[in-house]
Write a protein that binds this ligand. Structure first.
Ligand code: GDP
Ligand code: MG
Length: 438
């Protein structure tokens, strides 16, 4: 489902997460890739530019409370922006208690109405709802047979009248039939084939006025991409669209376009069709959908992780990311990273960083031990200002800590370079970060 869109978005994400250092330039390139992916997926240009503006804003004016690294921020803004353009929180088909819920399906011919009626009926049946179906397509001779076949073996009752009767009459009779069976839900299939769009809309209006359904469900074919917006608006004028089902998401490269276009009308998408079979049908949940699209099921946890950070740690981090830390605090920070995993993450976030293998990691741990000894051999003034370390002091410290002068110089160099890199970045957008994420 939407493989090419997914692949392009994931490539953009890979590009940004691979960067050791994220500046405006990388973000701009990332946004270009995101834009390209969405536009090729037939997402409306306006929606795309809104989304990319949001991401840019997140980069330029980071919201303090997140405390995320810049990369995570950009990724997270993308994730949330995509969820928003797909309609936000998951919406569900609401079944009202103690009454017959009537759902009238509408949509143009071939959009997948009849198939979707079968799928929704089956979906509800599996959830132990007393559900039935009315075949209200009085134009197509095969319509009732198609429903009969779809529902075969499911035990879902179907109401059919001979061809030639008026659709409004058939549906009215069907509703009586459903009440007689004490059903909770009845789904009404309608015809999409008409001489003109106007006559289709007129008939829909008549049906809606006559049966006064619980909700009208609009069925839209994903193949039409962003044109789905105009279609949803046209139907909405005739009968308020309560819910939308987007079909054929399995075969369309324009699915993202159709979904976002529908959501932009404000119509809640409740289901998507992903194949011809009864079971090839899913509830639509923008959050899960986007996680799958981006291939990052961990996104929610990014924020959760940050929120777990203690206030104390935040203050300390703040000092660090502003580049205001002494060599002692530098060592403390490295030391506080006790878990190897965190250390790995820390190091892979250093400029030019990458994951270390086991040997390198051991080397690093050894180095850390030496660095600690070196700092312990410094006096207070030296710890607060390493620039005063001339060669005689370096010699003294090396001797005192049982290390070499080379070790001392390396530590000073690392500390100074790190501080400089962080200062440079904090002028940009870094404010608060979890752990040492450079
Ligand atoms: P209607 O004219 O609106 O009632 O549309 P139908 O339900 O008859 O569907 C038209 C065609 O689309 C049929 O061949 C269906 O099997 C097919 N179809 C419907 N939904 C889906 C879907 O989600 N995926 C795929 N691949 N085909 C679908
Ligand atoms: Mg049909």
């Amino acid at each position: 489902m939407l493989e090419s869109l997914s692949e392009r978005l994931q490539n953009a994400l890979k590009f940004i997460t691979r960067q050791a250092y994220v500046s405006e330039k990388e973000v701009a390139e990332y946004l270009r890739e995101i834009q390209r992916a969405l536009i090729m997926g037939d997402v409306d240009v306006k929606l795309v530019s809104q989304l990319t503006e949001e991401i840019k804003k997140e980069f330029k004016e980071p919201r303090e409370e997140h405390g995320l690294s810049l990369k995570d921020r950009v990724v997270y803004a993308t994730y949330q922006g995509l969820i928003r353009i797909l309609g936000g929180e998951k919406k569900e088909l609401r079944i009202l208690p103690h009454q017959l819920n009537i759902f009238v399906f509408m949509g143009i011919q071939g959009s997948g109405k009849t198939t979707s009626v079968g799928k929704v009926a089956y979906f509800l049946k599996k959830r132990n709802r007393r559900v039935g179906v009315i075949s209200g397509d009085v134009f197509r001779p095969g319509a009732a047979d198609q429903l009969r076949q779809l529902l075969e073996g499911t035990g879902i009752p179907l109401y059919v009248e001979p061809l030639g009767n008026s659709s409004v009459e058939v549906i009215k009779n069907g509703v009586k039939w459903a009440k007689g069976l004490d059903l909770e839900v009845v789904l009404v299939d309608t015809a999409g084939r008409h001489r003109s769009e106007e006559s289709l809309m007129n008939e829909m209006k008549q049906i809606i006025d006559e049966v006064n359904p619980t909700a009208a469900i609009l069925v839209i074919d994903a193949m039409i991409g962003q044109q789905a917006r105009a279609q949803a608006e046209a139907f909405n004028k005739v009968a308020k669209v309560g819910y939308v089902i987007v079909t054929k998401l399995d075969g369309s490269a324009k699915g993202g376009g159709a979904l976002s276009a529908v959501a932009s009308v404000g119509a809640p998408i409740v289901f998507v069709g992903v194949g011809e079979g009864l079971e090839e049908f899913e509830e639509f949940d923008p959050v899960k959908f986007v996680s799958r699209l981006l291939g990052r099921p961990d996104l929610e946890s990014i924020v959760a992780r940050v929120q777990q950070m203690s206030k104390e740690e935040r203050l300390r981090m703040q000092k660090i990311v502003q580049g205001k830390f002494t060599i002692e605090e530098f060592i403390q920070q490295l030391e506080s990273v006790k878990k190897i995993g965190d250390l790995q993450a820390l190091l892979s976030n250093l400029p030019g960083g990458r994951k270390l293998d086991k040997k390198e990691l051991e080397e690093f741990m050894g180095k850390l031990k030496r660095w600690k000894a070196i700092v312990n051999s410094m006096n207070i003034e030296e710890r607060n200002d390493v620039t005063m370390l001339n060669s005689s002091r370096v010699k003294r410290i090396a001797r005192g800590s049982g290390t070499s002068e080379k070790d001392v110089r390396e530590l000073i160099k690392q500390y100074t370079a790190t501080k400089k890199a962080i200062r440079k970045m904090s002028k940009g957008a870094l404010r608060k970060l979890p752990h040492l994420r450079f």
